[in-house]
Design a protein around this ligand. Structure first.
Ligand code: ATP
Ligand code: MG
Length: 760
């Protein structure tokens, strides 16, 4: 008997359709426009959808799958929908469930491959699958050390990124030097050295019996290529594939897809070349743009109606794309908004970053007061390191927020515990609770109250608040569920609610947590909110400093386009002239908005926009930043270790340090220590110098806000340290360096990888 592939978790979910699911297959097509309908009904053969942001690509493929399942053409177990992040996969499962098509697998390339690898490894290779490494950096550091190379932390991150690029573009160590030259790529070090480190890294992995994130795809592809009988089994199991965000597929993912899709399978891909934002990791829109050439019989559909955004937002998005250059730009489609007019985008200029964060938080409070839900608001930034100041500003106003990439909803400890309690209560109350008993949300609240859940949120911004937000989401879900059930004349008791929770947990269909989303632009792709704040839009951040070539600059422009097109109605674009309060106002707004924002006719033009200078309360803000739980400003984890609290980030999270400044501070410290005859750490510890070099203070107040700088040290060393931070010799002349040069990509790279990446 032929073994079955691992049963998807989802297929174990109860198959009862969610409340409000369409009555039949034809009803699934209602609510699609003619082109989307053409996609949804093309159930066989290759389909390619080329369309701009917000035109309903994801909606069209979700409905296509649902239509296939509901019309009986697809068996749910034979469908594999590949999405870009675990969150997108979860959302797709949720949408499919609402359309009455449970049991379809929606996964990332990585998670689909991992399941197959685990299943086939014993047969293909024997024994257990090697352990998957959580992080590469340490092993890369070891490999570099063994090669006799001294590498700084930032270099290590670049080296790791380079190894990842090699692996997803399928370049072996021996070919690296030639490949770099061919791609016109800036190698982070001498190519011969990178090649040696890469080779040794691979060797160390083999010696230790571990694999990395890319190996999961490589090994799965290799097993399928080498073992035709296994490939046949996979192809017999999965026959209908859809790939969302196909413009960002990598050669390695494509290799795997080629193995999955057999002669009898159907493949449907959707994408938008103008949203290619992962080229730096080796992804390429070439597969999307060349789809018709590879599949001459493909049904190719273009969508141009933008259902997401107002004409005002769409106008800016089209304006941005009109300035784009390069291959992807040649394929752009002008978007046509289908929505009523809305407010014009707001452009805001601030004196410094804390003022920008504070101003943003105030605008968010206004929106909330006008009835916009917190979960319908997002603040998007270029690098994860920018998030902390926004967390603090929102917390200062008592506004709830959630960081994108947080633990999955149904896996959070408080939700597991609440599920157990609710299940217990449902069993205990089964005899006593009538179908139309007291209101369901009140019962849920009462059960959660036994574990300290209060009707009002607790103060502060830490883990306690996050826990409360999760539980509040369960209460809201009870309200929505009750309304839906009663509307359909169905029971709305605790038992039915618990069953709904179980079904959602199996389908990973998390309810929206009621908080403002803070996310990087990379992590926001495919998502949408009523109100979007694009912050930190200065030269150096957008485009990021290390984007140098024309192609890299174009990718940054596309990233801004992705950001703009996340907004349904309210869009705000802002920047700050200095990093810290009192710092030099040397920054300028992003070039990408030139000619688009009011008063920005040319690069030399005035600075249009609103927002006020924020210098007055600068000191207060600096002091306020030190209150409350200390969170890693790169990954958002709450910090408990003293050194980490000083650094204000996890020790192994990427650093945004100005290395040159750090070295100058250390030299200065040894001079001080020698002249006083004390050990160096008595002057300042390494952690304090790191904290200074990671966020150079522009004023005494800001310096006083850094852990490890007390009043006496401030008095003794303050002037020297500030001079060093301003690029001056202590007491000497400036060397011309701008104190507000943007940081080197804090949190970029690993932090922006798809959500289920273990590199996260
Ligand atoms: P992105 O490029 O950002 O991934 P997309 O093309 O995948 O966008 P969707 O997310 O599928 O777009 O749709 C954007 C929004 O427009 C969603 O809220 C969706 O429900 C809505 N929408 C799409 N098509 C229609 C339609 N025919 N009628 C009404 N609303 C629609
Ligand atoms: Mg989409």
């Amino acid at each position: 008997m032929q073994a079955q592939l691992p049963v998807p978790d989802d297929s174990r979910a109860p198959h009862g359709a969610a409340p409000g699911a369409p009555a039949d297959a034809d009803a699934v097509l209602a609510g699609l426009d003619p082109e989307q309908r053409a996609v949804a009904t093309a159930l066989h053969g290759p389909v390619c959808v080329l369309a701009g942001a917000g035109t309903g690509k994801t909606r069209a493929i979700t409905h296509r799958i649902a239509y296939g399942v509901r019309s009986g053409v697809y068996r749910p177990q034979q469908v594999l929908a590949v999405t870009f992040t675990a969150r997108a996969a979860g959302e797709m499962r949720g949408r499919l469930r609402q359309l009455g098509a449970d049991g379809v697998q929606a996964r990332t390339f990585h998670s689909a491959a991992l399941r197959q690898l685990q299943y086939f490894w014993p047969r293909a290779v024997g024994g257990e699958v090697p352990r998957l490494m959580e992080r590469k950096v340490q092993l890369v550091a070891e490999a570099a050390g063994r090669c006799g190379l001294r590498v700084q932390r930032t270099e290590l991150r670049d080296l790791t990124g380079e190894i990842e690029w090699c692996k997803v573009t399928q370049i072996v160590p021996e070919d690296y030097a030639a490949a770099v030259a061919k791609a016109g790529r800036d190698a982070p070090r001498d190519p011969a050295e990178v090649s040696r480190v890469y080779g040794l890294y691979e060797q160390l992995k083999r010696d230790r019996g571990v694999i990395d994130f890319e190996d999961v795809l490589l090994l799965t592809a290799a097993v399928l290529e080498d073992r035709p009988e296994i490939a046949e089994q996979v192809r017999a199991q999965y026959q209908h594939f859809t790939v969302d965000e196909y413009q960002d597929v990598s050669p390695l993912q494509q290799r795997l897809l080629d193995q999955w899709v057999g002669p009898g399978s159907s493949l449907c891909v959707v994408g938008d070349a103008s949203q290619t934002i992962y080229s730096f990791t080796g992804a390429t829109p070439d597969y999307l743009l060349g789809f018709r050439t590879r599949h001459p019989d493909a049904t190719v559909v273009k969508l141009v109606r933008d259902y997401r955004s107002t004409p005002q937002v769409v106008h800016l998005a089209n304006g941005l794309l009109a300035q784009a250059r390069g291959e992807a730009a040649r394929h752009r489609l002008e978007l046509v908004s289908q929505r009523d007019a809305g407010p014009e985008p707001v452009y805001a200029e601030y004196a410094d970053e804390p003022a920008e964060a504070e101003g943003t938080a105030h605008r968010i409070r206004e929106l909330l007061a006008r009835g916009v839900r917190a979960s319908e608001i997002a603040v998007l930034f270029r690098t994860n390191g920018q998030s902390e100041v926004y967390e603090q500003a929102l917390a200062d106003l008592g506004l709830p927020y959630q960081l994108k990439g947080a633990e999955r909803f149904f896996e959070r400890p408080e939700i597991r515990e609440a599920g157990m309690l609710l299940r217990g209560a449902a069993r205990a109350g089964a005899d006593t609770l009538a179908v139309d008993g007291p209101d369901l949300a009140a019962q849920v609240r009462a059960v959660l109250a036994t574990r300290g859940f209060t009707p009002e949120p607790p103060g502060g911004s830490g883990a306690v608040r996050e826990r409360w937000e999760s539980l509040a989401a369960l209460v809201r879900l009870a309200e929505e569920f009750e309304a839906a059930q009663r509307g359909a004349g169905l029971p709305a008791d605790l038992g039915a609610y618990v069953a709904e929770l179980d079904a959602r947990a199996n389908a990973q269909h998390a309810p929206a947590v009621e908080g403002v989303t803070l996310a990087s632009l990379h992590a926001a792709k495919g998502l949408e909110w009523d109100a979007v704040f694009l912050v930190g839009l200065t030269e150096g951040m957008m485009p990021i400093t290390y984007a140098k070539t024309d192609e890299q600059i174009e990718e940054e422009r596309r990233l801004l386009y992705v950001g703009v097109t996340r907004a349904r109605e309210h869009l705000s674009l802002s920047w700050a002239l200095a990093r810290s309060p009192g710092g030099r106002a040397g920054r300028i707004p992003t070039r990408f908005l030139d000619g688009l924002r009011p008063g920005s006719g040319s690069r030399a033009g005035g600075r249009g926009g609103r927002g006020g200078p924020g210098g007055a309360e600068a000191g207060e803000r600096a002091a306020r930043r030190n209150r409350g739980p200390v969170k890693c400003r790169v990954c958002g984890r709450t910090l408990t270790e003293a050194v980490e609290r000083k650094l204000r980030r996890c020790e192994d999270c990427p650093s945004s340090m100005d290395e040159a400044l750090f070295e100058r501070l250390r030299e200065w410290r040894s001079v001080q220590a020698r002249s006083q005859g004390v050990p160096a750490y008595v002057v300042f510890t390494d952690a304090t110098l790191t904290a200074i070099a990671e966020d150079p203070p522009g004023s005494e107040r800001a310096l006083a806000g850094i852990p490890g700088v007390g009043p006496s040290k401030l008095e003794k060393y303050g002037a020297d340290v500030l001079a060093l931070c301003a690029g001056e010799e202590p007491g000497g002349a400036p060397d011309g360096r701008l104190p507000d040069d943007p940081p080197e990509a804090p949190g970029d790279g690993a932090g922006d990888l798809p959500e289920d990446s273990p590199e996260k």
